[in-house]
Write a protein that binds this ligand. Structure first.
Ligand code: 5GP
Length: 138
């Protein structure tokens, strides 16, 4: 397993070295919006303590992250009047991971509406509004 790199973009978000649209935080976890959203309301839940992904996370980190995933997923479902929620989580490059700090993607989903392609920068005003909508539903 490659060592954790504290210069990854989510570590910088945790240190407030780069801005993010925060949705929720507690002592162990942070939820913020993905800036290339594949769905309206696409957000990410990360542990505050460093780990690369599920493969090196402690059981306590995983428990804390999943508790926040459940909390935010329910709020996002309400905020977007979604029919369902898709969770995504990738491990190492071959597994589709691009940022090497453990994270779960939360996607509000509507029946018949596909996810947008990855890698397209979103509208920052819209993303800010989506963060506020989820936070208000929490
Ligand atoms: P993964 O590692 O699970 O493949 O995806 C990483 C995710 O991080 C992507 O969905 C991408 O849009 C998102 N992302 C990449 N850079 C930034 C950033 O600077 N800020 C935020 N909020 N999200 C980012």
């Amino acid at each position: 397993m490659t060592a954790y790199d504290d210069q990854n973009i989510f570590a910088k978000i945790l240190r407030d070295e780069i801005p993010s649209f925060k949705v929720y935080e507690d002592d162990e976890t942070l939820c913020f919006m993905d800036i290339m959203p594949r769905t309206d309301g696409h957000c990410l839940v990360i542990p505050k303590m460093p780990c690369r992904n599920v493969l090196d996370a402690s059981d306590a980190q995983l428990a804390a992250v999943m508790a926040t995933v459940k909390k935010v997923a329910n709020a996002a479902k309400v905020a977007f009047a979604a029919d369902g929620i898709t969770l995504q989580q990738f491990n190492e490059t071959a597994g589709g991971q691009e940022v090497f700090h453990l994270h779960f993607h939360i996607h509000p989903r509507h029946a018949g509406l596909p996810m947008r392609p990855a890698g397209q920068m979103g509208d920052m005003d819209a993303i800010k509004g989506h963060a506020a909508a989820i936070a208000a539903a929490l």
